[in-house]
Structure formats: C-alpha cells, structure tokens
Design a protein around this ligand. Structure first.
Ligand code: SAH
Length: 234
C-alpha cells in the first residue's frame, strides 16, 4: 500500500522499534506512561462500549488495546509492516480483538467513510509531510456527531527542550532524530486545520509527563504535549 502523505524514513524509524514496542521500559516508555491518561480522556467523551473506533497510526497498539478493553470495536491502521505485525502478535497475549490493517489514513477513509463514532490519532501528525491532508482523512472517516481525538507536540522552546533535548539527548529515552521541531504544531494551527474540515473544537488539554517518576496527567499547560477533542456536527 502506498500513500503520498508518508515519509518512508519515519516508517522505517518506527519499524526499528517494533520488537520492543510492548516493553514498558523500552523506547515506547513515554507512550506506555501516557496511555492510561489519553485512554481515560477518550472514555470521558465517548461511550466506548460497542462504539466503532479508528486508531490511525496505531503503532504497536497501546491505545487500540486500551480502547478495545473498554468495550470498543477498534480498527487500527499504520503503514509500518513490523509495527502492525507486533500489534497483531500482542493480541495473542492480551486476548483482545482489534482489526489491524496496514493502510494509510486516506485508504481507511475511502474504505469506510463516515463510519466511526470516534477517531484517534495520537503522536502521528508531527510525523507526516502534510498535516492538513491527514486531518481531512480523519474528518472523512468520522460519523456525523462523532469525535476526533488528536495528540501531538507543541512548537515551543519548552517542547524542544523536553521532547528533543531532554528525551533524545539527555535521558536517551528516544532515539535521536525521532522528532523534528519544525513539524510540531501549535494548538492554534491545529485548530485551524480542524476548522477547515468543519470540525468543532471542544477541548484542548495539556498532557503533563514527568519522565523521572513516570507520572502522566492532564493539565492546562499545553506548552509541550497536548491532546484535543473535536466534534463533527451531526
Ligand atoms: N499512535 C501510537 C503510535 C505513535 S508513534 C501511540 O501513540 O501509541 C507514530 C506511529 O505513526 C508509528 O507507528 C509510525 O509507523 C506511524 N506513522 C508514521 N507516519 C505514518 C503515516 N504517514 N501513516 C500512517 N502511520 C504513520
């Protein structure tokens, strides 16, 4: 499967991490630590029991599994061969059921237009060449009245310090080159992309994280990592 809105170097970078994706002390450690907070954020805004949910750029499936455990019928898509393989393998361990596909956001939107009660896209938009096209696809797969959840890194000196200098260079939590500062999006910029697709922004919250004690929490400080919820009008 091919897609114009993809950087092959990014896919290769994440595929290299696939084998250790479910190791809570491996490179995906920050995602493990943030996962309960973002799963709760979604669960607080969507009745997950029986809901049809898409997880776009699902990686090894941390959020997909959390949402499936909460009763959602989850479709997870990613373009990384190895990460999708690991996501599928992990279902044997968890006993959960998730429909994982190697598909782009555009392919999922074309295959299942207006099909999902909720669409999640966590820590992906800062890795694609065309963020507006991604938001367009995410909006297209949402049912009218459905909700979109997006998380990403803000383009601020604080985010540069925490996500690049801190995580990649000082603490070496993430491989160097994982993030590119110029691709980080400010909440106002993301809000504009949502408005262009006629989505209504309902909330923007900060995702606080302390890598030393591994605690994560929602806050009003959006300077580093943030999560938002937007609704497609019914
Ligand atoms: N959403 C997951 C994983 C985030 S890591 C989580 O938060 O737990 C980013 C993921 O996006 C990787 O799995 C990578 O393979 C995937 N990715 C990068 N570019 C992509 C693209 N253009 N289309 C689909 N997936 C992509």
């Amino acid at each position: 499967m091919t897609s114009a809105n993809v950087s092959p170097a990014e896919i290769a970078r994440f595929d290299q991490l696939a084998a250790r994706w479910w190791d809570p002390d491996g490179e995906s450690r920050p995602l493990h630590d943030l996962n309960p907070v973002r799963a709760d954020y979604v669960a607080a805004r969507v009745n997950l029991r029986g809901a049809k949910v898409a997880d776009v750029g699902c990686g090894g499936g941390l959020l997909s599994e959390a949402l499936a455990r909460a009763g959602a019928q989850v479709t997870g898509v990613d373009l990384g061969d190895k990460v999708i393989g690991i996501a599928r393998l992990h279902l044997h361990e968890s006993g959960l059921s998730v429909d994982y596909r190697k598909q782009s956001s555009a392919e999922l939107a074309a295959a299942e237009p207006e099909a999902f009660d909720a669409v999640c896209c966590m820590e992906l938009i800062e890795h694609v060449p065309d963020p507006a096209a991604l938001v367009h696809d995410l909006a297209a797969m949402l049912k009218p009245g459905g909700r979109l959840f997006l998380s990403t890194l803000n383009r601020t000196p604080a985010a540069f310090g925490a996500a690049i200098l801190g995580a990649e260079y000082v603490m070496r939590l993430l491989p160097r080159g994982t993030h590119h500062y110029a691709q980080f999006l400010k909440p106002s910029e993301l809000a504009r992309l949502l408005r262009n697709e006629d989505l209504e922004l309902e909330d923007v919250s900060g995702l606080g994280y302390n890598p030393l004690n591994r605690k994560a929490w929602l806050s009003r400080r959006t300077a580093v990592n943030y999560i938002l919820c937007a609704r497609k009008p019914a």
